[in-house]
Design a protein around this ligand. Sequence first.
Ligand code: AMP
Length: 192
Amino acid sequence: MNLILLGPPGAGKGTQARRLEDTRGLVQLSTGDMLRAMVAEGGPLGQQAKEIMAAGKLMPDELMVSMIAERISKPDVKNGFILDGFPRTVAQAEALDKLLAAKKLELDAVIEFKVDAEKLVDRIVRRAEDAKAAGQPVRKDDNPEVFRKRLEEFRALTAALTPFYAKSGLLKSVDGMAPIEEVTSAIRAALE
Ligand code: AMP
């Protein structure tokens, strides 16, 4: 099964992707995680990614598409994948369609997380506090100022993916503001 999780930052995509990995044997492909790993490695591309992410902006489409193309070709995704944070623009979605067609792969569903964007700011502040309390690193872009920019980028560029996937009949919506367990159940129901 091949899935896309669609929704603004802080909507809970990562949490649900990890649950889908555990229950369905799928592999979570988070472009945000891939970029953070690239930043940690250093190098000129890592430096560019660091600056763009710190500003809450999006990385260039071509780079993201080639990153996903390479990742999807690895043997561990043969049981299926969950795209988390990709695609984020219509250009990325169109490139993904071509990529999957060339590999004779299909998408099974696009799960849209419906959320109240204003409430997400509180959620992100809590995510940063929880990470800190657990002694985990806090994401540099999980602060209210950059987060608002990330939400703006979502509205300007990523929201258009809802009508894009609705047209193909793949779109399923869940209430991303519901408690985690309820979102998990709603996704299970949507995939049945
Ligand atoms: P995320 O962890 O998905 O919230 O991503 C963190 C940051 O990585 C985003 O704010 C963007 O700067 C960058 N990023 C992640 N995925 C993409 C993508 N598909 N296209 C462009 N930029 C991305």
